[in-house]
Write a protein that binds this ligand. Structure first.
Ligand code: DGL
Length: 274
């Protein structure tokens, strides 16, 4: 049995994108151990049905339980929107999704009460960002837009490219016309397009990164439960472990680009067994 404070945090996503969430967690609580699972064999989640996403999420939670995690972060916006509510009672550790923290900060910081949400089709169809925002700020109007081309562009490495700018201009037209002053980057990949979104939306639109807000909430939860990692308790070499359901090499290359350091090889597991 690992001592609770030294136990890892489980972070999972449909694939690579959740590494942007892991990056924020590392920035804010660098002493923590993390077990990351990327469902590379079954990505994308964004175009699948809710029943499928719930089933996948249950399997991943079963896998993370075997790693004795002390908290779980659902880094995937689609899984947070479609599955978190359905599965949250299946674990006995704190489980945090990315939708609520992102919605909370957008609802609190908008000045004109016009908020844009961009994400996968699943996240947008779930309406969960809108629901949370309106609950917290009944005056808010939410304008949502699915941006399915963004994930492939990011995974192709076109983070700063004229094709990406053109696609962004097309997707952002309605949101600009709606006059939003706040835009939630409601998909794991989108923070990697921050500078393009900034260019297209202009300086006056506040870009909300749910990954950042989620890491803040995670730190607060660990503090409150008194299970923050104690200094010196874990060995550096083994601080981060990566598991994938396929494509470990592709995962490794992307992870290095997002995290900015060499990671140990991702271990391939058969998620269908869980
Ligand atoms: N990780 C997903 C999300 O944040 C994007 C990729 C996918 O569609 O699986 O919604």
């Amino acid at each position: 049995m690992i001592k609770k404070n030294d136990a890892p945090i489980g972070v999972f996503d449909s694939g690579l994108g959740g590494l942007t969430v892991m990056r924020e967690i590392i920035r804010q609580i660098p002493d923590e151990r993390i077990v990351y699972f990327g469902d590379m064999a079954r990505v994308p989640y964004g175009s699948k049905t809710q029943a499928t996403i719930i089933h996948y999420t249950e399997q991943i939670l079963n896998f993370l339980k075997t790693k004795e995690v002390k908290a779980i972060v659902v880094a995937c916006n689609t899984a947070s929107a479609y599955a978190l509510e359905a599965v949250k009672d299946q674990v006995d550790v704190p489980i945090i999704g990315v939708v609520k923290p992102g919605a909370r900060v957008a609802a609190a910081t908008t000045k004109n009460n016009r908020i844009g949400v961009i994400g996968t089709e699943g996240t947008v169809d779930s309406g969960l960002y809108d629901e949370f925002i309106r609950k917290l700020n009944p005056k808010a109007e939410v304008f949502s837009k699915a941006c399915p081309l963004f994930c492939p562009l990011v995974e192709e490495g076109l983070w700063h490219d004229e094709i990406t700018t053109l696609v962004t201009e097309r997707y952002m037209t309605e949101l600009k016309e709606a006059g939003v002053d706040t835009l939630i980057m409601g998909c794991t990949h989108y923070p990697l397009l921050r500078s393009t979104l900034r260019e297209v939306m202009g300086e006056n639109v506040n870009l909300v990164n749910p990954a950042y807000e989620t890491a803040v909430e995670l730190r607060r939860t660990l503090e409150w439960k008194d299970i923050l990692h104690e200094e010196g308790g874990s060995d550096d070499a083994d601080r981060y472990r990566f598991y994938v359901s396929d494509a470990s090499e592709r995962f490794g290359r992307f992870a290095q680009a997002v995290l900015g350091f060499d990671i140990p090889a991702a271990e391939k597991i058969n998620i269908e067994e869980f």
